[in-house]
Design a protein around this ligand. Structure first.
Ligand SMILES: Cc1ncc(COP(=O)(O)O)c(C=O)c1O
Length: 373
């Protein structure tokens, strides 16, 4: 299979380690390894100190899967498969889909979530949002019209990158009903799980609620541990998980041993990471709300209720890509344009997970004033 280039990742490859400021990152600042290790329990400390750098279990170590299991209502150890998030996605699509299959997926969306299906030769039906003054919604009635007995797979991502959308509990249940009625598989990307900015319970993992679903979560976004490169699939469909495990033998085979221990410690201390990341995101969302009030005719923004990102509409005479190019060249601020999401040329993603967000906004402010935007 030939794969089209991954536009978002190519854009980040160009700037992530050379631009001075990142305004569009979806992850939070990475935590230091010392800080993660300082949270280790006695037995985790022992595992770390005595660690041997041999192969690890393909499914993920038992302590890691036990730590994962705690965050689900009813997922057993053999209903978990550890893998890097991108690999998990790639393998799942290859195991589940064949040329000609019909796939319903959100748009815009993180490219790998639809590109692999497209390049396998599937027909994509897009679940598109409504946008109003920076507020994004995906309607379940639209989903109902798109899904039928001919659909092989529905792909969703809540909290959603880039819009920050998540459905209400009622709509989430309705969506599951639609899929169950049509006997359709669901791939639920939950990489931003628990990044909720309103009180009350977060959505349960789809894998806990629907027997024909596969959920993906990992350490990159919720925890601010992207460098650990650990993710995992959860599903009640053990046959499907076995096929994924068999496919993985041709790729990484198993995860990095140190990363497995770091991920275990993180999962056993979820609240520690969550509190720090949510506080930072909330502070930055508030700052950006005030910033938008200074430029009401320049861009539309409504604070996202979940996730670490927002997708803002820019009212410019030029395309967002052109604007972003000039911005990074003059100020060193990297802004991800919607062209990288194959979603026209009028939007940009803002990321709220970085400590230096106020400094970046100040530089952006000076630039906008200087060029009379
Ligand atoms: C929705 C979504 N899924 C999966 C991933 C992949 O996660 P990772 O970068 O940890 O491989 C990302 C990364 O941005 C994402 O936004």
């Amino acid at each position: 299979m030939k794969l089209k280039d991954f536009a978002i990742e190519r854009y980040f490859a160009k700037y992530e380690f050379s631009a001075k400021y990142m305004l569009s990152s979806s992850d939070c600042d990475g935590f230091g390894m010392d800080e993660v290790l300082s949270l280790a329990s006695e037995s985790e400390k022992k595992d770390w100190d005595n660690l041997k750098l041999g192969y690890t279990e393909t499914r993920g170590s038992i302590p890691l899967r036990n730590a994962i299991k705690k965050h689900y209502q009813n997922i057993a150890l053999d209903e978990i498969l550890v893998s890097s998030p991108g690999e998990a996605n790639f393998v799942l699509m290859n195991v589940l889909l064949s040329k000609g299959d019909e796939v319903v997926c959100m748009a815009p969306m993180y490219q790998s979530l639809y590109q692999i299906a497209k390049d396998i030769g599937c027909t994509l039906k897009l679940w598109e949002p409504q946008e109003s003054n920076g507020h994004w919604t995906y309607s379940v009635s639209d989903m109902e019209r798109l899904v039928s007995k001919n659909t092989r797979l529905v792909i969703v991502n809540f909290p959603h990158n880039p819009t920050g959308f998540s459905p209400s509990q009622k709509d989430y249940e309705k969506l599951i009903d639609i899929c169950r009625t049509n006997d359709v598989y669901v791939f639920s990307d939950e990489m931003y799980r628990f990044l909720d900015h309103t009180p009350g319970p977060c959505l349960a993992s789809m894998s806990d609620l629907y027997e024909k679903s596969i959920s993906l979560w990992g350490t990159s976004k919720t925890f601010g541990l992207a460098g650990v490169r650990i993710g995992w699939l959860t599903s009640k469909d053990k046959i499907l998980l076995q096929k994924i495990e068999n496919f993985k033998d041709y790729l990484s085979i198993c995860s990095s041993a140190p990363s497995e221990i770091l991920a275990t410690i993180a999962l056993n201390n979820l609240d520690y990471f969550l509190k720090r990341n949510l506080d930072k995101i909330a502070k930055n969302i508030l700052l950006f709300t005030k910033f938008q009030h200074k430029y009401p005719s320049l861009f539309d923004f409504s604070p996202p209720l979940t996730s670490s990102t927002a997708f803002v509409k820019l009212h410019l005479k030029e395309s967002t890509e052109d604007f972003a190019k000039k911005l990074v060249e003059e100020t060193g601020i990297m802004l991800l344009p919607s062209e990288a999401f194959e979603y026209g040329g009028q939007h940009a993603r803002i990321g709220f997970g970085r400590e230096n967000f106020p400094e970046v906004l100040a530089v952006l402010d000076t630039y906008l004033k200087k060029h009379k935007y």
